[in-house]
Design a protein around this ligand. Structure first.
Ligand SMILES: [Fe+2]
Ligand SMILES: [Fe+2]
Length: 197
């Protein structure tokens, strides 16, 4: 599966219709959660880099990603602080917890599952930031969320490309589709709140 074959991977179902309205109605809470999500994404990239020191392209990609996510964190924090919003404590993210539970622990699957779960989480993020960009009226925020969307879109593709480079080719598409089906079920059952997940 070459880069151009990413289109063969199953698409995620759209987020529940109520999601974007719920977010826009309580945008302060969303911003607080968004800041936490970026910070955690940066930490996740660093933990991937630490876990696979001998896979140099992966380390390189994860170090770049950690910096990029930390830049997103800084940008969201500037928006929060500019609005005199007090950042919130990190909350437990049921969606991410459940997705991470899908990672099989045996060595033969661990990296594949970590990369694909990360890719699916990023893909959902891209979809949701895209909805915010589409529906928000504030022009500065619209521009900001469009840029975030483009960046998260690249990230999900990066994780799948890394899976392609480091894992058996024939396992990627079936496992991605299996995890995507699980994710689809998860987003349709979790409560809709003014948060990223
Ligand atoms: Fe990000
Ligand atoms: Fe990301």
């Amino acid at each position: 599966m070459a880069k151009s074959d990413l289109s063969k991977l199953v698409r995620l179902i759209p987020s529940p219709q109520a999601w974007v309205g719920t977010v826009l109605q309580d945008f302060e809470t969303f911003l607080q959660d968004h800041a936490s999500a970026e910070k955690k994404a940066s930490g996740m990239a660093l933990s991937m880099a630490s876990h696979y020191p001998d896979r140099l392209d992966l380390v390189n990609a994860m170090v770049d990603l950690a910096v990029e996510e930390l830049n997103h964190y800084r940008e969201v924090m500037r928006i929060l602080l500019g609005r005199k919003i007090v950042p919130s404590a990190d909350r437990k993210d049921a969606y991410v917890t459940q997705m991470n539970k899908q990672v099989r622990k045996d060595a033969g699957y661990f990296l594949l599952d970590r990369l694909l779960v990360a890719g699916i989480i990023e893909r959902r993020g891209a979809e949701r930031f895209g909805l915010v960009a589409e529906h928000i009226t504030d022009q500065a925020l619209k521009k900001f969320y469009a840029a975030i969307t483009a960046s998260e879109e690249r990230h999900w593709q990066l994780f799948v490309e890394l899976a392609w480079q480091h894992c058996p080719a024939e396992e990627i598409q079936p496992r991605f589709n299996q995890l995507a089906a699980y994710e689809n079920h998860l987003v349709s059952t979790l409560p809709v709140t003014a948060s990223l997940h």
